[in-house]
Design a protein around this ligand. Structure first.
Ligand code: NAP
Length: 478
C-alpha cells in the first residue's frame, strides 16, 4: 500500500508520500552504523539529556502533533493529546532511569577474578510499527534503544506517514544526531533488505500476525534478534462478587477507547451468570451514548476507524460471526456519516465453532460470554490463540490477583483499566508475540550482555576439569 494521509473522517486525501529509494535506505544504514560506532564511546548521560529534550519538544509541539495524528488515523483529538504526553513521559523516564538500568552486573562466581555483565549497544535496529498509536508505538522502541546507543530505522504504517515524519523531525530538532531515528517510507521488500544487512542487529515489530510472520521470518532467516508485539483477544473477567458500578465504568472504555483499535482492548467479556444480565444491559446503555462525529470536535465521543479497509474487514468478520450463530444484542447498523464510522456492537452466543471465537476483531465489537463458575471463566479466557493482556474484576482484590495469575497472558490488571507506562513491561505470549517493550526488560531487548572476567594472573586450580586443556609439555598425553 502506498504511503498517504487520508483523513478517515471525510475521506480527503491530505498528502501522498513517495516510497524511499534504495539509495536512501543505503544511506540510512551507513549513517546509522557510523553513529552506532560513535555512540559506543559517548557517555550515556549525554543521550539522556537529548531524550529529555525530545520530551520537551514533544510537549512544545503537542497541539500540532495531536492534530496530525487525528487526521492521519482518525482518533479523538483528546486521545491524540494524551498519546503525545505519554510519549514525553516515556522519553523522560528512560532519560532518568536508562543509565542506571545499564549498570554492569557483578556476578558471584568461582572463576578467578572479577566477573561482570556489561550491557552495550549492538547496532542498528529496524523497527516496523502500526498506525493505531502513531507516536507511542515509535516511542516504545525509540527511547530505550536511544539510551542504549542503538540507532534506528523506522518503517511506519502506510496510513500514518505524516505522524511518522513529524516524530522523526522532533527527534532531530531535540538535538539527536542524524541517523538516531531515520524514518523511511519503505516497501516490504526494502524492509527485508534492511534486515538482511549485517549492520542491522535488531528487528522490532508491532502489528498483526500477518506482518509479524513476514518480518520475523526475514529476521530468523538472517539470525537477527527480534521482538514481536502482535494481536490480542484480551479477556475481561467479571467475577460474581465484583463491584458492578466499577465494572461498567471501565468495561465500555476498555472496548471503545481508540475506537476499539487497541491490541489490549478488552475483546472478550467473560461474565459470571449472576451478574450477566445486568452487565449486558449496562454495556448496551453505555454503547448507545457515544456520539459519532468529527474527531477534532471535543463533543465527539466515537471516532471513525482508521481506514475504509479496516472498516470493511471488521464488517466482514461481524457478518461471518452472525452467520455462524452469534446474536447481536446491540449495534451493527450503519452510521449516516461519510467517514469510516462503525457502530459499537455487542455480540453474545458465540460458540467454539464460530470464527469470532478465536479471531481478533480490531474495532468496536464486544463479545460477551456467560459462564457459571470461576474455573469456567479461567478456562474460557485461556482457550484462545492469543495471550496479550487482560482485566479481572473481583470483590476481593487478592483473590482477583490469584485469578490473574492463572490467565495465560503477558499482562493482567485487577479491578482497573489497563494502563501503559514506561516502567511497566509491555508484551505477550502465544500468538501475541514474544519479547517485551519498555521498562528495564525492554531496554535490554537489543543489548549485548557482554561477560567480562578480569583476573590479576592466570590460575587453573579452580576451573572445572574437562574445560582446561592438558599442558603438552608437563603432562604428555598417555
Ligand atoms: P500490520 O498489517 O501487521 O502492520 C503493522 C506494520 O507492519 C505496518 O507498518 C505494516 O506496513 C507492516 N507490515 C505488514 N506486513 C509487512 C511485511 N510483509 N513486511 C514488512 N512490513 C510489513 O498490522 P495492522 O493490522 O495494521 O495493526 C493492527 C495489529 O497490530 C492488530 O493485530 C493489533 O492487535 C496489533 N497491535 C499489537 C500491539 C502490541 O503491542 N502487542 C500494539 C498495537 C497493535 P503497511 O502499513 O505498509 O502494511
Amino acid at each position: 500500500m502506498a504511503y498517504a494521509t487520508i483523513n478517515p473522517y471525510n475521506n480527503e486525501v491530505v498528502k501522498e508520500y513517495p516510497y524511499a529509494t534504495d539509495e536512501e535506505l543505503r544511506e540510512a544504514l551507513t549513517v546509522g552504523h557510523d553513529l552506532y560506532k560513535t555512540m559506543r564511546h559517548q557517555p550515556v548521560a549525554e543521550r539522556a539529556k537529548i531524550l529529555h529534550n525530545v520530551a520537551a519538544k514533544l510537549r512544545e509541539h503537542a497541539a500540532e502533533l495531536a492534530r496530525a495524528c487525528t487526521i492521519d488515523m482518525g482518533k479523538l483529538l483528546r486521545e491524540s493529546e494524551g498519546e503525545v504526553e505519554l510519549c514525553a513521559m516515556i522519553a523522560d523516564w528512560f532519560a532518568d532511569h536508562g543509565e542506571e538500568i545499564l549498570t554492569p552486573e557483578v556476578l558471584d562466581t568461582i572463576a578467578t577474578g572479577h566477573a561482570q555483565i556489561r550491557h552495550s549497544a549492538t547496532g542498528v535496529v529496524m523497527m516496523v510499527e502500526p498506525w493505531n498509536f502513531p507516536y507511542y508505538q515509535i516511542m516504545r522502541v525509540f527511547a530505550p534503544n536511544y539510551i542504549v546507543g542503538n540507532p534506528m530505522i523506522l518503517k511506519h504504517a502506510a496510513n500514518t506517514p505524516t505522524s511518522a515524519q513529524m516524530f522523526a523531525d522532533v527527534v532531530l530538532e531535540a538535538g539527536a544526531p542524524k541517523g538516531a531515528l531515520t524514518n523511511l517510507f519503505l516497501s516490504y521488500d526494502q524492509v527485508t533488505e534492511a534486515i538482511e544487512d549485517p549492520r542491522v542487529q535488531g528487528v522490532a515489530l508491532t502489528g498483526s500476525e500477518r506482518g509479524g510472520t513476514a518480518v520475523a521470518q526475514a529476521a530468523g532467516k538472517n539470525l537477527k534478534k527480534n521482538t514481536m508485539e502482535l494481536g490480542g483477544m484480551d479477556p475481561f473477567i467479571v467475577l460474581d462478587d465484583a463491584n458492578m458500578d466499577d465494572v461498567i465504568d471501565i468495561a465500555w472504555r476498555a472496548r471503545l477507547y481508540n475506537t476499539g483499535q487497541v491490541c489490549t482492548s478488552s475483546k472478550r467479556f467473560i461474565v459470571l451468570d449472576n451478574v450477566y444480565d445486568e452487565f449486558v444491559e449496562a454495556l448496551k446503555e453505555k454503547f448507545s451514548k457515544v456520539v459519532p462525529g468529527d474527531p477534532l470536535d471535543p463533543n465527539t465521543s466515537l471516532a471513525p476507524m482508521n481506514t475504509k479497509r479496516a472498516k470493511e474487514k471488521l464488517q466482514k468478520q461481524l457478518d461471518d460471526a452472525i452467520a455462524a450463530g452469534a446474536n447481536v444484542v446491540y449495534g451493527n447498523e450503519p452510521i449516516d456519516l461519510p467517514g469510516q464510522f462503525f457502530m459499537p456492537t455487542i455480540l453474545t452466543d458465540i460458540d467454539r465453532n464460530n470464527p469470532a471465537y478465536a479471531q481478533e476483531m480490531f474495532g468496536p465489537v464486544a463479545a460477551v460470554y456467560k459462564v457459571h463458575s470461576e474455573a469456567e471463566a479461567i478456562q474460557l479466557a485461556n482457550d484462545n490463540p492469543y495471550g496479550l493482556g487482560g482485566i479481572v474484576f473481583a470483590g476481593d482484590p487478592d483473590h482477583g490477583t490469584e485469578v490473574a495469575a492463572q490467565i495465560e497472558t503477558g499482562m493482567v490488571f485487577v479491578n482497573n483499566f489497563m494502563v501503559t507506562l514506561p516502567e511497566l513491561p509491555f508484551g505477550g505470549v502465544k500468538l501475541s508475540g514474544y519479547g517485551r517493550e519498555m521498562s528495564h526488560i525492554g531496554e535490554m531487548a537489543f543489548t549485548n550482555e557482554q561477560l567480562i572476567v578480569t583476573a590479576d594472573k592466570p590460575n587453573l586450580d579452580n576451573v572445572a576439569g574437562g574445560l582446561v586443556a592438558t599442558d603438552p609439555v608437563t603432562e604428555p598425553v598417555k
